[in-house]
Design a protein around this ligand. Sequence first.
Ligand code: PGA
Length: 250
Amino acid sequence: MIQELLLIANWKMELSVSKSIELCKQTAATFTQANNTKIVLCPTFPALYPAHQVLSQSNIALGAQNCATKDKGALTGEVSATTLAEIGVSYCIVGHSERRQLFGETNEQVAVKVTQLLSSSIIPIICVGETRDERQQSNTEKIIGQQLAALIRVVEQFPQATYVIAYEPVWSIGTGTVPDSQDIQKVVTFIKDQWQQMAPKSTCLVLYGGSVNETNTPTLISVEGIDGLLIGGASLEFQKFQKIVSLCQG
Ligand code: PGA
């Protein structure tokens, strides 16, 4: 059976606005039909509005990489979920490990951001995952359990929303190393079970992210329960991303 997969390209701060728009145009021109996949492109903030203009006639969705914890106010340098929605953003990454590690984003702040996003009808892509140390100490489920539990108030407020949870082992991001399929499947099952208990009426999609490439994609998408992929480095070059999408389209 062919799965419907959600494929999210996280371009981080790697591309200029012009390069981002070029990639949006190439992606929109190549993948006009949905064909078993939903593609979401997440460019840098200043590229979002021009990207929306390129993508609005396609079925490719636009995602942001972060949002503020408040709707408006004296928060120099921040961008609210309301503003993101206004310029056509329909998905937003929150709690990426780079934001947790480099900018001190906490589980509590992630929860507030998810509330902001859902209040603006933006689907949150919530990143969870363990560090190498946490894995070595067999604390993977404990850490992810805490990251999910911090969202309990949000799911009480939005019990029927769609949530995307991206399992991204921190030690796998940008390193070329991915966990084996069994380990991924264990975590995916754990996330789905936890979520089912927390928010049985919601829709929860679980993605894998961390060193996804054209070679490991077939293995990753065959992991039971996987609903898609969050792709960093390999989404920056159109040929590589195109290959990954084509493999997912079957
Ligand atoms: P990577 O990044 O695919 O380059 O490992 C994934 C991510 O950070 O979301």
